[in-house]
Design a protein around this ligand. Structure first.
Ligand code: HT7
Ligand code: ZN
Length: 855
């Protein structure tokens, strides 16, 4: 398969002045007529003279091609695998109009790229390269044009980007004046109902807002609409960014490869990220909906008005937009809790990626299939890198740089170099070393040692950084690392409030003078850099930090480290840290602390996290022993602190009607964390009672998971199916929790039995991910020594690949950690990967993933 390289990027030689499209929609034969007006490229004819016109297209039935109204002579046309080239000789150098008429088949489009049907609704997905499945076009993000679109469809609702300019029975016309690349094009046609509102922008313009859903789903769309209004206001207040069209439409569809898509003025969402009611959605779902609505809305400026020059620059829009949605959630909810959640997510997905065969920099420089690079590294590490930049230049520097970014690049397609240059120009800083964060893969290991000179009252901290090799990058120079530290005196008072140290060398000392007594160092406050910190620290000091640290992140981190070390010790035949179980008691007694924080501090690290830590220490993780150790520790905690856990469980009951706000959600999280521990010693009695009494999905799902763990969920599962059998999103949860919470010795068999059911609608990505993702998240079940988990998983990847390559390829990442495990498990996984690799006709998407994982 061919590779695309950053170094090969060249500007498009023609300027696309306008795009007109006319769709006549029919399920098996939709006609697309395009009229593209081209002018001379900005750089004029190249050294070789006037340029050919190269257009992208895939799976199109081409009916007509013209230049300035004349059929193009076939001698001037050449065809590649997914390209059409019209020779320069056929093109007037001063500009011309290219027109095409093609036919496509939305009903047969199971890959969900381009125009497809989802439950009777026509919709599109064009990022990254879906537009080429709609018509011939320069399908690259640096070719931007205003669009005028006429759609004829026998459907009550017909939408596209921009503002509506005309509509009648069976047709509508839309005009988008803002130049955009093809990946931001969208079309929707179907029987939909709007939940509507309005927003007045900061300059007083009125914008109509609609959330479009299937008839009957209207009562679950209100939360998304409110989230949209909050996002619009926040972007005005915090970034000074105003919306720029008369209407903003959001559409929910059931079949979607990812979460949502930021098409200009017409965001299309996976219905699970729009629809919510207390009975059907959990607190986590609500928080995620609010964040993703914000994320897609924020793309209007960071992604749409300023887009990416090429797909290597993906983190320019995604890293920045994730960073902005994280800021938004921090402002709407609890900032410390959000930071801990983000770090958990980063470590669980991005650190894992960085440590395995799929490691790549936030800005990669080659790919086979761009859809395989919508990764935690591009998104979440991309956001962390911006967080570091902000920490280094300060809030004012950041605000100045962002203003300059919007001013300088509005309406253009930009690069990471452009992004760093606005920071350099706005702040006067040299960011050449900082750029390594964008171009180097791998998670730096940061070690800290302390030297105390009691006579001088001086503490010296020595930091050393190294980054292990990653595929194609054996050696890495040191990076700039912002290290936030604070010092706490032995009596628990903070003697040095947070200070950001700037590390630039491979090894560097920082000294602190005038100290009366040796302080305890609180380091990497707020997780100030995405590194793995190693420091010699004993359990008593961790317990001290858990009790006294003023920084909520490092306070939580200290408790987490105690729990992690306890499980690791137990899995290797030792005992839990003597400090840990008493520390949990103090946490339970600390009723003044935020319940959401206490919930996070009470929750034990996942088995996956333990396996990662064991691997990082150079040992081989044993999934069965890790599972047994974690269970044993949970039982120990529950036995020791039974009364306090029961009191916490009772105190955290939330009276009155359900609200998804951070306050009550935090109480429910703490209540369920207590339930999870008590469940180990009460045989599921409390979970059964909660299942009966709960009036919201958060507690229902928490109770159900506990019942599955206690092996007494039969009635609850039957009741849930009876009540919600027709609700796809609730049934996705039903499919997910069973393999996830099952005992490892039965998880693959449970997944296999569920896959036999007629309602295992495996062509729907949500349903497929629910079942396979649920199994993969059951660490000991997926990695069962007999290979049943691996086999089941691979059987289904093989089945899905010809239907939906994007989703199949993404799920291959379940195997990315396989080299951590013992030789027998490694051999089992390798055999499954080989089975995939040898499949005739395997998609380019999956072939690339399997190839990279096998190395
Ligand atoms: N920018 C969007 C990415 C996306 C996508 C990418 C590949 C295939 C399907 C897709 N659907 C959406 C979503 C976002 O990051 O906001
Ligand atoms: Zn995004």
């Amino acid at each position: 398969h061919t590779e695309t390289r950053l170094a090969d990027w060249r500007p498009y030689p023609w300027k696309l002045d306008s795009t007109r499209l006319a769709f006549t929609i029919a399920p098996q034969a939709t006609t697309v007529e395009s009229t593209l007006v081209f002018g001379p490229g900005e750089n004029g004819p190249g050294a070789e003279g006037p340029a050919d016109l190269v257009l992208d297209g895939a799976g199109l039935n081409t009916l007509a091609l013209t230049i300035d109204g004349q059929t193009i002579d076939e001698t001037h046309v050449s065809r590649g695998e997914e390209t059409l080239t019209i020779a320069a000789a056929a093109l007037p150098p001063g500009g011309f109009t290219f027109a095409a008429r093609v036919q496509i088949d939305p009903a047969a489009n199971t890959a969900l790229e381009g125009l497809y049907l989802s439950g009777g609704i026509y919709c599109t997905q064009c990022e990254a390269q879906g537009f080429r499945h709609i018509t011939w076009y320069p399908d690259r993000p640096d070719v931007m044009a205003p669009f005028r679109v006429r759609i004829t469809a026998d459907q009550p609702v017909i939408l596209s980007n921009g503002n509506p300019v005309g509509q009648g029975e069976g047709w509508a016309e839309w005009d988008d004046p803002w130049p955009k690349p093809a990946y931001l094009f969208a079309l929707v046609a179907g029987d939909l109902r709007a939940v509507s509102g309005a927003f007045t922008t900061m300059s007083g313009r009125k914008v109509a807002l609609n959330v479009w859903v299937r008839p009957g789903d209207e009562d679950r769309a209100g939360f998304a609409l409110e989230a949209l209004k909050k996002s619009m206001r926040w972007d005005e207040q915090v970034y000074g960014r105003e919306y720029d069209l008369d209407v903003f439409n959001i559409v929910a569809v059931d079949d979607f490869n990812m979460g949502a898509m930021e098409n200009k003025g017409l965001n299309i969402f996976n219905s699970k990220l729009v629809l919510a009611s207390p009975e059907t959605a959990t607190d986590t779902d609500y928080e995620r909906i609010e964040a993703v609505i914000a994320h897609e809305y924020f793309h209007n400026w960071t992604g749409n008005r300023i887009t990416c020059r090429d797909w290597f620059q993906l983190c320019l829009k995604e890293g920045l937009t994730v960073f902005r949605d994280q800021q938004f959630t921090s402002d709407m909810r609890s900032a410390p809790v959000k930071r801990i959640e983000d770090v958990l997510n980063l470590r669980g997905r991005q650190f894992r990626e960085d440590q395995g065969p799929l490691a790549h920099p936030p800005r990669p420089d080659h790919y086979q299939e761009i859809n395989n690079f919508y990764t935690a590294t591009v998104y979440e590490k991309g956001a962390e890198v911006i967080g570091m930049l902000k920490r280094l230049v300060g809030d004012d520097g950041y605000a100045k740089a962002l203003d300059l970014y919007f001013q300088r690049h509005d309406g253009h397609a930009a690069t990471i170099e452009d992004w760093l240059k606005v920071f350099e120009d706005a702040t006067g800083r040299d960011l050449s070393q900082f750029k390594r964060w964008y171009v180097d893969a791998g998670t730096p290991r940061l070690t800290m040692t302390e030297a105390w000179d009691g006579d001088a009252g001086r503490l010296t901290l020595r930091f050393t950084q190294t980054t292990p090799p990653t595929p194609g990058q054996p050696d890495k120079p040191p990076r700039v690392i912002p290290i936030a530290v604070g010092l706490i005196s032995p009596n628990g008072d903070e003697v040095l409030p947070t200070q950001v140290l700037e590390m630039t060398g491979a090894s560097q000392d920082f000294t602190f003078d005038g100290l009366a007594a040796r302080p305890v160092v609180s380091v990497l406050r707020g997780f100030s850099a995405p590194v793995m910190l190693e420091r010699p620290i004993d359990a008593a000091t961790q317990a001290f930090l858990l009790a006294h640290d003023t920084d909520p992140f490092t306070r939580w981190e200290a408790g987490r480290a105690l729990a992690r070390d306890s499980i690791i010790a137990m899995s290797q035949g030792g005992k839990p840290s003597a400090e840990y179980i008493p520390a949990v008691g103090r946490l339970l007694a600390d009723t003044a602390a935020d319940p959401a924080f206490r919930a996070l501090a009470l929750r034990l690290p996942s088995e996956e996290e333990i396996a990662t830590a064991i691997n990082a220490a150079g040992d081989v993780p044993d999934p069965d022993r890790i599972h047994a150790a974690r269970e044993a520790l949970a039982r120990d905690i529950a036995t020791t602190h039974r009364a306090a856990l029961e009191a916490t469980y009772d105190a955290m009951a939330v009276p009155g009607p359900y609200a998804p706000d951070a306050g009550p959600a935090g109480q429910r999280a703490l209540r369920l964390a207590a339930l999870g521990l008590l469940n180990r010693i009460d045989g599921g009695a409390r979970a059964a009672a909660l299942w009966e009494s709960a009036g919201n999905m958060t507690e229902k799902q928490g109770a159900l998971m506990a019942l599955i763990e206690a092996d007494r969920a039969g009635d609850a599962l039957a009741q849930m199916e009876a009540q919600f059998g027709a609700n796809r999103l609730v049934m996705d949860k039903w499919f997910m929790v069973q393999p996830l919470a099952a005992s490892p010795d039965r998880a693959p068999e449970i997944a296999a039995a569920l896959a036999e059911r007629p309602d295992f609608d495996w062509k729907n990505p949500n349903r497929f991910r629910a079942l396979l993702g649920g199994l993969a998240a059951n660490h000991a079940g997926f990695h069962r020594a007999d290979g049943a988990g691996y086999r089941f998983y691979t059987d289904w990847l093989l089945r899905l690949d010809p239907v939906n390559p994007q989703t199949t390829a993404r799920l291959c990442s379940a195997f990315e950690t396989f080299r951590r495990y013992d030789p027998a498990r490694q051999a089992l996984v390798r055999a499954e990967l080989q089975r995939l690799a040898e499949q005739p006709g395997l998609s380019r998407n999956t072939a690339e993933m399997v190839g990279r994982i096998l190395g």
